[in-house]
Design a protein around this ligand. Sequence first.
Ligand code: GDP
Length: 438
Amino acid sequence: MANHLPTVAIVGRPNVGKSTLFNRIVGERISIVEDTPGVTRDRLYAKAEWLTRGFYLIDTGGIEDADTPFATQIKMQAEIAIDTADVIVFLTNGQEGITTDDEVVANMLYRSDKPIILAVNQIDDIHLKDNIYDFYSLGFGEPIAVSSIHGIGVGDLLDEVIHAIEQHQTLDYDDDTVCFAVIGRPNVGKSSLTNALLGEDRVIVSDIAGTTRDAIDTPFTYDKQKYVVIDTAGIRKRGKVYETIEKYSVLRAMAAVERSNVVLVVLDAADGIREQDKKIAGIAHEAGKAVVFVINKWDAIEKDEKTMLAFEEDIRDNFKYMSYAPIVYLSALTKKRIHTLFPLIRLAYDNHRRRVQTSVLNDILNDALVLTPPPLHNGRRLKVYYGSQVAIEPPTFVLFVNDKSLMHFSYQRYLENRIRESFDFEGTPIRILIREKE
Ligand code: GDP
């Protein structure tokens, strides 16, 4: 199981101040790892922290769009919160009072057994405080007064959030369970692929009611290894068809990716690569997950001996920053080559958790430095004193140098390539951090 942080979702009718509260809590701490097709920049989903407890915060208001009817939007937002969050913050507006729209949201949230914290926004000064009492009638217990603009009460709200997280520890999978997510744009064949995998000969689907966190999780074993597949399309099985709204599917994909070790990025051979594919793949990459590209519908295209190579070139060209991800060409429909996926998932999982010996790492760095010394820059030369692996999932290395500004992108790329040539990191991104030695 990937180390996963709890998720907190902010829900509420439009214009109660969800984004303001989101920004207030998250501050500027949104991390963008690399300049990959921007998804984190949508500000729907970000890491936050309170009293040393980390969590993910979702602004479900981020998926609002003017073309979707209000009722549908609220439903989508409530559903995404109910499906993906560990704790829900239901935000209302204390200056406007309870509206029928608030009641619609409340009705949706009654169906959830997740902890719900009711917050009343825009209580900007003390004489407005009495306004919160009306909100008891929504039936979510004591409302918490906040002013997102001024930051008043936000600390109290977060205390409650952390308390609720601690009270409501969700059941996680064992540490040695391989969790993988199946992501991709609508109709590439995510559900078909999941079903094909689950239909494989040696797959035994676990049927332990109540242990899954989410209806889209399917735990199973294959060759004595425990797996959980997180199917982002699975929501449709419950009759929900919002997947075509792009931001909604992006949010779902982010939540699924966060909880997985390995991500299968599904592409449609018949359709080719689209802009949205890049955005979706970027989610996995930015999250630092292991990735396998699955080219589905391989049955549906005309092929000759050059087709596979041409496809591979196309993928490498479109997903330049993900050259580590292996590619498998298969058909969920005819089941051709489905069985080749399990070994790749396993490989990616193992490599994502690989730890290398410091002494071996430094031998490799030294050899690389001797073979191609760093170029001179304004008469000065980069020195790399030593390196050390500081983390797994993904493997992360720190290189201690004399002067960070002398480390150029291309030289860092060279060192990364040498590390990759020496150890098996197929399927996983690796990160290299540069530090100056005191
Ligand atoms: P999802 O939206 O990504 O979950 O896609 P679905 O699994 O619902 O598949 C979308 C459509 O593609 C359906 O009509 C499937 O029957 C079809 N499909 C899925 N996999 C394959 C495949 O390997 N080959 C062909 N020819 N069609 C497929």
